[in-house]
Design a protein around this ligand. Structure first.
Ligand code: NAD
Length: 528
């Protein structure tokens, strides 16, 4: 059976066919919303936001917790749907999508109020003039979420929950490869009793996504490739719509000579091949100290050969099908390019015998260098290229030699050395003796540096992307005009110069010397 890329990525016609990439089975058909429909959905979201934004955090949290209970109740059914639409093993869908999002839901349902409590600011000497300042956080309005296919449940639902808890209404556009999982998120909230219009899902491809960016929402949370992210940023700039961009990665793993070899090798195998390597934080480059390279690589190859590739819904698959033929072709091209330039293929390197679906064997390469695409471009598939280094500085230089900067990891028993190296690596998240999983920690910020993105999601930093900070400044001396208001007499001019010399030092002592001059100016203004 041949599955055509066109069928799976049907985008701009007014219907999308969702298929299982492991079997080619048709899973369902959904409409592709046009610009007019998108605008209508956004208008409905705007209308609904007012009442939702006025609800207490507890009331919003109750809706999220009801949605959580429904998702937990239907965990197997949802995980199976995710597996069928993406190809990943059902257990992996539970581990990497449901478990972390269920945790995130309870965390933000319970903690958003505290995280968004108004903050008093320290305004230095202005406080001595009877002033106070605080920041109050208001909802933005309508948040548009554009999601990828690789974690079609966890990525959008996390952002939906955070945006809703912050008091926004949400319009979600899932990937055209995984529309049914996107619609399931909408269904869960609907059954949780969310008011009409507060959380809506629109299905469609790039044209629908572009229409959402153009619909003058108050923020776009985009997750996807660098190329699309650039288009989204350009289009959003037209209306000055703020964007958060969560983009691609080429994440390095550095294995130092004192690392626990067994643990580091299993981490490399899981970090590179979980989700068939289609995670933005997958290990895409491994740098190992040449002194331990041989035993490390031997363990990595043995671990890789032991992996079972199979249909995600069968109980014994470690690695499922890749999600699309397009992605599989990119992987094959990267491997072929590397091999043609002298890379050594230690295992894998081709599609599996099962030609019904998009299966690619987990692949380990050595003799690689930074002239090869497999070490520079995002592969986004089950390929682990391993390169050796001589010194710590070499390893850091190689790891930072990339346009990307999403995550990186360092492996060593010397934790303080690991932390020092972590600070020198150019990435949004650096882990020491850990790999891949921190997107799953709701409390920690997620996002990249360099071309891996702009802004953050998750944690308090992510929540702050979804609110509008209002600075509220109060002068408690309600009947006293400021000394710097008109008119500018010579005495006023002299006082301003004293302000510049003394007040601006930040010293209370220096400022107190201004009191007589300030009093003279005060009476001068009163006589006016
Ligand atoms: P993609 O860029 O092809 O598509 C992402 C989404 O954008 C889809 O919903 C798509 O329909 C939509 N889209 C396409 N063109 C658009 C346009 N012009 N305007 C608005 N929307 C448009 O990405 P993908 O292939 O779905 O996902 C894989 C990529 O996502 C990889 O590069 C991966 O690294 C990245 N990713 C990043 C993170 C992260 O957190 N940084 C997480 C997951 C995936």
């Amino acid at each position: 059976m041949a599955v055509s890329t066109l069928d799976l990525q049907s985008t701009d016609s007014n219907e999308i066919i969702s298929r299982n990439p492991a079997t080619g089975e048709e899973l369902g058909r959904v409409p592709a919303a046009n610009a007019e429909e998108v605008n209508a959905v956004v208008a409905r979201a705007r209308e609904a936001q007012g009442a939702w934004g006025k609800l207490s955090f507890q009331a919003r949290g109750r809706v999220v917790m009801r949605a959580r209970a429904i998702a937990l109740d239907e965990m197997e059914e949802i995980a199976t749907l995710i597996s069928k639409e993406t190809g990943k093993p059902v257990s992996e869908a539970v581990l990497m999508e449901l478990m972390p999002s269920l945790d995130l839901m309870q965390h933000f349902a319970r903690k958003t109020e505290k995280m968004l409590r108004a903050e008093k600011l320290n305004i230095g000497l202005y406080a001595s003039l009877g002033r106070t300042s605080r920041i109050a956080y208001q909802p933005l309005g309508v948040v548009g979420i554009i999601a990828p296919w690789n974690f079609p449940w966890a990525i959008p639902i996390d952002e939906v929950v955070m945006a809703l808890m912050a008091g926004n209404s949400v319009v979600l556009k899932p990937s055209e490869l995984t529309p049914l999982v996107g619609l399931k998120i909408g269904e869960v909230f609907e059954r949780a009793g969310i008011a009409r219009g507060v959380m809506q899902v629109i299905t469609g491809g790039p044209t629908t996504g572009a229409a959402l960016v153009d619909a003058r929402v108050d923020k776009i949370m985009f997750t996807g490739s660098v190329a699309t992210g650039r288009k989204v940023a350009r289009a959003a700039a037209e209306h000055l719509t703020p964007v958060v961009l969560e983009l691609g990665g080429k994440d390095p793993m550095i294995v130092l000579e004192d690392a626990d070899l067994e643990t580091a090798a299993s981490a490399a195998v899981w970090g590179a091949f979980a989700n068939a390597g289609q995670a933005c934080a997958s290990v895409e480059r491994c740098y190992v100290d040449e002194k331990i390279a041989e035993p490390f690589i031997k363990r990595v190859v043995a671990g890789t050969r032991a992996l079972r590739v199979g249909v995600g819904t069968s109980v014994d698959a470690d690695i499922g099908a890749m999600s699309s033929e397009r992605q599989l072709n990119i992987v094959a091209e990267h491997v072929a390019d590397a091999v043609s330039q002298g890379a050594k293929l230690l295992t894998g390197g081709e599609r599996t015998d099962n030609r019904d679906g998009f299966f690619y064997q987990p692949t380990v390469l050595t003799n690689v260098d930074h002239t090869m695409r497999v070490m520079c471009d995002e592969t986004f598939g089950p390929v682990l290229p391993v390169m050796t280094f001589k010194t710590e500085d070499d390893a850091i230089r190689l790891a930072n030699d990339s346009i990307y900067g999403l995550t990186a990891s360092v492996w060593t028993r010397d934790i303080s050395r690991g932390k020092k190296i972590a600070e020198r690596l150019e990435a949004g998240t650096v882990t020491v003796n850990e790999v891949l999983y921190t997107h799953g920690i709701a409390q920690t910020p997620w996002g990249g540096v360099k071309q891996s993105g702009i802004g953050r999601t998750h944690g308090r930093l992510g929540l702050l992307e979804l609110v509008s900070p209002r600075h509220i400044h109060v002068n408690r001396f309600a009947s006293v005009p400021d000394l710097w208001w008109f008119n500018y007499t010579p005495r006023a001019g002299a006082l301003f110069r004293s302000f510049a010399r003394r007040f601006s030092t930040g010293s209370l002592l220096q400022t107190s010397l201004l009191v007589p001059e300030m009093m003279r100016r005060f009476f001068e203004r009163r006589r006016k």
